[in-house]
Design a protein around this ligand. Structure first.
Ligand code: FE
Length: 289
């Protein structure tokens, strides 16, 4: 028996498109994996090299009942919502949006990316909220790249951006409703590392580039590995340059009623969300402007 977590399954993140035609690799939901409680979706936007005028986004749409976490690696994305919030994400920036009781927002490529083209790459993660927090007022936490703490191993082969949680004694900046780890690792050839992930947290690794050996299982780029939950650490290594996300959280263990942009506990709450959206109770971006 391993003293570390091992890989439960490895899932391909196939190429897809969403919104107005944004190129994504969607790790889940798909026919292989619907959710990994409390995570509801993981999209790897791009990586894609866009020509001038090609950049597309996600125009006005509502959300209720969960959180969207956007982490940009390349390009520029602009967010705007029905509460008057406006923000521009640049490489390395993180936006942790608690949709809570509901809002309408738009996520579109920044003006310079549209005009000049360029590389777009990033992530969007959906994190469910427990019943008691689903109807909380919407909230934003925004961090520029320079506000994300970075930890490095003594031999320099492991670097990790600590978005949420902790790694190598460095704590992340984001306040979360439930315990969450969101770590972006960059490994150099020959790196070997043991990362603590408290037993009981559901955990996954998504390989961005290169490949990773996790508890004896090889995980290539554009693949997601879900981990066993009973041990409190995971060991990984690589023989080439590799980047990956390690994301983990305490499962909520509540019923999930989900349709499009709304994630509630019951069908009745979903109907209420649609009714509230249609009646304009989540606001509107165009009316506000
Ligand atoms: Fe959205």
């Amino acid at each position: 028996m391993s003293i570390y977590r091992t890989v439960q399954r490895v899932i391909d993140a196939p190429l897809a498109s969403d919104g107005e035609g944004v190129v994504i690799h969607r790790a889940f939901p798909n026919h292989e994996l619907n959710e990994l409680d409390p995570f509801l979706l993981l999209d790897h936007m791009g990586p894609v090299d866009l020509k001038p005028g090609e950049a597309k986004g996600f125009p006005d749409h509502p959300h209720r009942g969960f959180e969207t976490v956007t982490y940009l690696l390349a390009g520029e994305f602009e967010h705007r919502d029905s509460f008057g919030h406006h923000g521009v994400l640049r490489p390395g920036d993180v936006q942790w949006m608690t949709a809570g009781s509901g809002l309408v927002h738009s996520e579109v490529p920044g003006a310079s990316l549209v005009k000049n083209g360029g590389r777009l790459e990033g992530f969007q993660l959906w994190v469910n909220l427990p019943r008691k927090d689903k109807m909380k007022a919407p909230r934003y936490q925004e961090f520029s790249a320079s506000q994300i703490p970075v930890a490095r191993s003594a031999d320099g082969t492991v670097e990790v951006k600590v978005i949420a949680g902790a790694a190598m004694g460095v704590k992340g900046a984001v306040e979360t409703h439930i315990p969450i780890e969101y770590l972006h690792f960059k490994l150099q050839p020959g790196a070997k590392h043991v990362q603590e992930v408290a037993a009981g947290l559901n955990a996954m690794i998504y390989v961005i580039s290169g490949w990773l050996l996790v508890g004896g299982t090889s995980v290539p780029a554009f693949h997601l590995a879900s981990l066993t939950v009973d041990k409190d650490a995971v060991e990984f290594c690589t023989d080439g340059p590799t980047e990956f996300l390690l994301v983990a959280a305490k499962p909520i263990h509540e019923p999930v009623a989900r349709y499009g942009p709304f994630v509630m506990n019951t069908e009745a709450e979903l109907h209420q969300a649609f009714a509230d959206y249609k009646a304009g109770r989540m606001g509107s971006i165009s009316l506000r402007a």
